[in-house]
Design a protein around this ligand. Structure first.
Ligand code: FAD
Length: 408
């Protein structure tokens, strides 16, 4: 990693998994392009990319025809191929989505319909006997099994993408936060903590800060990022045998979150979570971290109030997860009844960069937008990491059209 170039053809702002995947795709398509990645933190991939469940989703949940459906299914396939080629450990340990009450069965029917329409490989409806064979400690009435769902360390995947960018001649500069964007005389002037980079064009992949960079570049305020903290617990090592792969509830169709689930990780840990609670900062990895500018940004957004009117009950349920001896473990025990409070240890937390529109809707699909000489990723929550290679292709195609690449 080196200092920033004063001038380049293309600047990519943000070295999370999406910025790096997109830089990699463009550097390999256009070897003569001078490409500069600018990352604010002292290292790559420190935010969502390294604070997530580590699941390689297969596309069960998403509305057929949506970007999420298309890019997740293609992205998962490409990610497995990439990990095989780069010897990055992955495990296809499979996932069960289970209904524990009769009222959840119609929603499971809908997930089966979506998953089938999306072409999820190997997806099968499973009865209680088959569920018990797949996950002996799970008790449920009905389920969907996705045997190809897997796990990976996305921080490691992002590091491999970064190597590819540098091998292809791109430069990645860390500790270089972009603070200003101005289009003038055929260039985009990016002011940053090390000075200025003049770029012909730019791609903004800033995760939890994407709305700020988009408005800085002249884009609209809608949608705004409203950060949702997702905290995890871990199973004690001696209780990890309670799950073999992944066990998920049937999610609330109104929300883009998947509900408290049990997930095996590639390092052998078993996670329980994540919760989904409004956060006091876009990097609220600790509950105590509150940034006044982030709180003001959330509270002055009209969509926040409209969202709160619709989801206040869910908010109260999520807040109860925080109480000692609270409902967090109880939610997971609905799936695995043997689970007890004493089986869990504290885990880590991530912060979702969730876009909320002016009407108070939590934006479900991926959102990309344009400003003068630039493209922006405005909403890329889960399964953004799974979809990274397919999103990169999508953005690179868009960049080729919008920026008239290659220049040379
Ligand atoms: C709790 C949780 C669980 C999840 N589980 C999964 C899962 O199991 N599977 C899955 O596929 N997806 C999952 N996701 C989603 C996935 O993590 C994201 O979709 C993905 O990481 C988004 O990548 P990104 O590059 O857009 O964002 P990030 O990884 O957040 O990267 C954005 C980067 O931009 C940088 N940046 C911001 N502002 C500036 C600036 N001004 N100048 C320079 N750089 C800047 C940041 O420092 C950061 O490095 C989960 C997310 C969370 C939070």
């Amino acid at each position: 990693m080196s200092g920033p170039r004063g001038e380049c053809d293309l600047a990519v702002v943000g070295a999370g998994i999406l910025g790096l995947a997109t830089a990699r795709e463009l550097a390999s398509r256009h070897p003569r392009l001078s490409l500069q990645v600018l990352e604010r933190e002292g290292a790559i991939a420190l935010h969502q990319t390294s604070h997530n469940s580590g699941v390689v989703h297969q596309g069960v949940y998403y509305q057929p025809g949506s970007l999420k459906a298309a890019l997740c299914v293609a992205g998962a396939r490409e990610l497995y191929e990439y990990c095989d080629a780069r010897a990055i450990p992955v495990e296809r340990c499979g996932k069960l989505i289970v209904a524990t009450e009769p009222g959840q069965v119609p929603r499971l029917d809908e997930l089966e319909r979506r998953g089938t329409a999306n072409g999820v490989p190997g997806l099968a409806r499973v009865d209680r006997h088959r569920i018990a064979e797949i996950e002996p400690h799970v008790r449920a009435l009905d389920g969907l099994h996705s045997p190809e769902t897997g796990i990976v360390d996305y921080g490691r995947v992002a590091a491999a993408y970064a190597d590819d960018v540098e091998t292809a001649g791109g430069t990645i500069t860390t500790g270089c936060g972009v603070t200003g964007v101005r289009a003038a005389s055929g260039w985009l002037r990016l002011t940053h903590t090390s000075g200025e980079t003049r770029a012909r064009h730019a791609l903004f992949c800033a995760g939890g800060w994407s709305d700020r960079l988009a408005t800085m570049a002249g884009g609209g305020a809608n949608p705004r990022i409203v950060p949702f903290r997702g905290a995890y617990m871990r199973l004690r090592p001696e209780r990890r045998s309670l799950v073999r792969g992944m066990v998920y509830p049937v999610p609330d169709p109104e929300l883009p979150f998947l509900g408290v689930h049990l997930t095996r990780r590639i390092d052998g840990e078993v996670l329980i979570g994540p919760s989904a609670l409004l956060a006091g900062a876009r990097d609220a990895y600790s509950l105590r971290r509150v940034r006044p500018a982030d709180v003001v940004s959330t509270l002055t957004w009209p969509g926040t109030y409209r969202m709160a009117q619709r989801f206040w009950r869910t908010g109260i349920d999520e807040a109860r997860h925080l109480l000692p001896g609270g409902t967090f473990v109880a939610a997971a025990a609905e799936l695995v009844p043997e689970l007890r409070q004493r089986d869990v240890l504290p885990g880590f937390a991530g912060v979702r960069a969730q876009a909320v529109d002016r009407a108070g809707r939590l934006v479900d699909d991926f959102v990309f937008s344009h400003t003068d000489r630039a493209l922006h990723v405005r909403n890329a929550p889960s399964p953004g990491a799974t979809s990274s290679l397919a999103i990169a292709r999508y953005i690179a195609d868009e960049a080729q059209r919008a920026f008239d690449l290659p220049y040379r």
